[in-house]
Write a protein that binds this ligand. Structure first.
Ligand code: SD4
Length: 318
């Protein structure tokens, strides 16, 4: 059975689901619901991987990626590598509302945010500082480099491009399920208007400047009121190469059931990256929804939240 409106979001982020649902109940728009729902996770620092104080990069700084998409107008507002501003999806919303651009990045995005009235503040916390110093103190720091050699007497980092390519690939960061939990949300309103959005602090110990899938339209999320909406979570460096959210929406446009659409998207990526960590959620304009993940050791179940008139409260699905 399907009914409208429907709100789905990645992971068991219940408060985000409740907030988005409440916004709809109070007459807010689909975009309002996405913005407020994802903002809730930024405030709550959901799983440490959304909002400030998580995923310190190689220099110890927390940077944020977020996007919001309007499936009626096909407008997108996004920020990437946003520094010193906590409410990333709020800034993304201002990009839609007050500019003709789609994506603003880095410190320039921060300056835009300040002009829009957002506070400029430190995103590091005791927790992110201690994650950072633990990482610095490891004898061989897990990182995201490849085909480089250490540039010092230390066995690892800082790195330089090798004179001749060495065959040994450096160890990459172990991507635990828990350091990669972006909030992605899709809202389908009562009349079938679709909105979607994401917010994340990205990957732990990333190379400064790294932008993941989350702020990229069609990768992190996609919304089209003539078909449906989708959002992705997981290893953005891999997933963004496949535009999984766009692909899921296009499958639904062709009449594919949402669960099958998500499964097809996951198996496409899996052919190239069998062990990638990731999941996709989607919903069509009838209110049918689905999800799929790449089942790998340590990640065999994917939790997501669904809010609908058919459920008495936002409900966790596996
Ligand atoms: C990223 N996709 O920056 C994000 C992280 C994430 O679930 O989704 N976590 O790669």
């Amino acid at each position: 059975a399907a009914a409208l409106p429907v709100v789905i979001n990645t992971w068991a982020f219940r408060k985000a689901a409740e907030t988005a649902w409440r916004v709809l109940q109070l007459g807010g728009s689909e975009l309002d619901a996405v913005e407020r729902g994802c903002s809730q996770c930024e405030i709550d620092q959901c799983d440490g991987s959304v909002g400030y104080g998580g995923s310190p990069d190689e220099s110890g700084e927390t940077t944020l990626d977020a996007m919001i998409m309007d499936g009626d107008t096909m407008e997108v507002g996004a920020v990437a590598d946003l520094r010193h501003v906590k409410n990333a999806i709020g800034v993304a919303r201002k990009v839609i509302e007050y500019t003709k651009h789609t994506l603003l990045v880095g410190e320039s995005a921060s300056l835009f945010a300040v002009r829009m009235g957002f506070p400029y503040e430190d995103l590091t916390t005791q927790k992110s500082l201690s994650m950072y110093s633990q990482w610095l103190n490891q004898s061989c720091q897990p990182n995201y480099w490849k085909n480089v050699v250490p540039d010092s007497s230390k066995s690892c980092g800082p790195y330089k491009r090798p004179e001749k390519v060495t065959c040994k690939e450096e160890q990459t960061t172990s991507r635990s399920v828990h350091n990669h939990d972006t909030i992605g949300m899709v809202v389908i309103g009562g009349s079938g208007t679709v909105a979607s959005g994401t917010s994340t602090n990205g990957a732990v110990h990333k190379i400064p400047g790294r932008v993941g899938d989350s702020p990229i339209a069609g990768a992190g999320s996609y919304a089209d009121s003539t078909a449906g909406g989708a959002a992705a979570t997981g290893d953005g460096d891999i997933m963004m190469r496949f535009l999984p959210s766009y692909q899921a929406v296009e499958y639904m446009r062709m009449g594919t059931d949402p669960t099958v659409a998500c499964q097809k998207v996951i198996s496409r990526i899996q052919k190239h990256a069998p062990k990638f960590f990731g999941a996709v959620i989607c919903a069509n304009t009838n209110g049918s929804y689905g999800a799929a993940c790449n089942k790998i050791p340590g990640f065999t179940q994917f939790h997501f939240m669904v809010s609908s008139p058919l459920l008495s409260q936002p409900t966790e699905h596996v």
